[in-house]
Design a protein around this ligand. Structure first.
Ligand SMILES: [Zn+2]
Length: 101
């Protein structure tokens, strides 16, 4: 079960609103270890720190991660929006309706 990447080039954090239910996956470029986050939580955190928000490029998030990968101990991160493997098409539609209303 792997996350399904969302095909957008150079996304910003705010783009998550166009893809209901998507998460921000932080993936180790060297060994593939990954962890996902709720995008809104990251935006809220950046607002708190006054260091970014909706217009922040997703790629920049990866560069700011300073901790070592638990899988291989190195530091080379990628950040992407993707749908979690357990989110099916019907759930995506349901969330899309929620956002519209
Ligand atoms: Zn790794």
């Amino acid at each position: 079960m792997t996350p399904r990447p969302i095909p957008i080039s150079d996304p910003t954090l705010g783009d998550h609103r166009r893809y209901p239910g998507c998460r921000l996956f932080l993936t180790c470029a060297l060994c593939g270890w990954s962890k996902s986050y709720r995008p809104q939580r990251i935006i809220d955190r950046l607002h708190e720190l006054k260091s970014g928000g909706y217009p922040t490029p997703v790629a920049q998030i990866a560069r700011r991660v300073g901790w070592n990968c638990p899988g291989c101990g190195r530091v080379k991160w990628r950040a992407d929006f993707a749908w979690p493997p357990n989110l099916d098409a019907r759930e995506i539609r349901r969330l899309a309706n929620l956002y519209r209303n």
